[in-house]
Design a protein around this ligand. Structure first.
Ligand SMILES: Nc1ncnc2c1ncn2[C@@H]1O[C@H](COP(=O)(O)OP(=O)(O)OP(=O)(O)O)[C@@H](O)[C@H]1O
Ligand SMILES: [Mg+2]
Length: 220
């Protein structure tokens, strides 16, 4: 369902180009749970941002469900990103002036024509254990609850691919375990393909497959 081919990413800096990704080939079958590990600066976030349609590769291709995503125009890419890919980011990413319900429904609201956006957001938040917090603003929720709202927002469009880049970096160990367990449950129950970047080797080992990145390349 996901294929990366000869993927490269360079950033221009004052000190010349930084080669964050140096020719990555990666295949992930539908429904798999894959974790990505590697030292800080090895290129994990760069890889996920290219796969998620957020950051254009310097070279190479990302093919998701047969679609060469970086060959799409801006509008088509935005639509594809919104409909087929779910993102859970590091740290807080909710809009502070919106309730949990609005934050979770947002991708459907932006997509237009979803009369059931709030019903679906309510059902999803309840499923994720947030039924008592539907009307809460982010500042009124714990960090773990906020992260669960972000997971609901990532899932509301029923994406085929769920991308999570160190989604627990700022959480305590117990909450981290709960959030990773929740992502695992989503993967199992919905069959969502899950790509998770984590520093926690014990949690990484729960996946079907662990990919190790060093210095912009996949290492065996
Ligand atoms: N916008 C940018 N401009 C310049 N260099 C960048 C940029 N983003 C990342 N880099 C560089 O690219 C390399 C890979 O960064 P990346 O964020 O992908 O690493 P990472 O594996 O996600 O690290 P971490 O575990 O700390 O999140 C690093 O050397 C980093 O300094
Ligand atoms: Mg990173």
């Amino acid at each position: 369902m996901l294929a990366c081919r000869a993927l490269e990413k360079s950033y221009a800096t004052d000190r010349g180009p930084v080669h964050a990704m140096r020719g990555v080939d990666l295949d992930v079958a539908a429904g798999r749970y894959t974790t990505i590990i590697g030292r800080s600066g090895s290129g994990k976030s760069s890889l996920l941002a290219m796969i998620g349609g957020l950051s254009r590769p310097s070279a190479g291709r990302v093919v998701i469900e047969g679609v060469d995503i970086w060959a799409l125009g801006r509008r088509d890419l935005a639509r594809f990103r919104n409909r087929r890919v779910g993102h859970v980011f590091q740290f807080a990413s909710l809009l502070p002036t919106l309730r949990a319900l609005d934050n979770a429904a947002l991708p459907l609201l932006l997509d237009g024509g979803h009369a059931d956006a709030y019903d679906r957001a309510t059902a999803l938040l309840e499923e994720l254990g947030l039924g008592a917090h539907l009307d809460a603003f982010p500042s009124e929720m714990s960090a773990g609850e906020q992260r669960r709202v972000a997971i609901a927002r990532a899932l509301i469009g029923e994406p085929a691919l769920l991308l999570a880049d160190e989604p627990t970096a700022d959480l305590d160990e117990q909450t981290e375990r709960e959030i990773i367990a929740l992502l695992g449950r989503v993967h199992r129950e919905r069959g969502t393909t899950l790509l998770l970047v984590t520093h926690n080797l014990a949690l990484a080992a729960q996946a079907d497959e662990v990919i190790h990145i060093a210095d912009g390349m996949i290492v065996p």
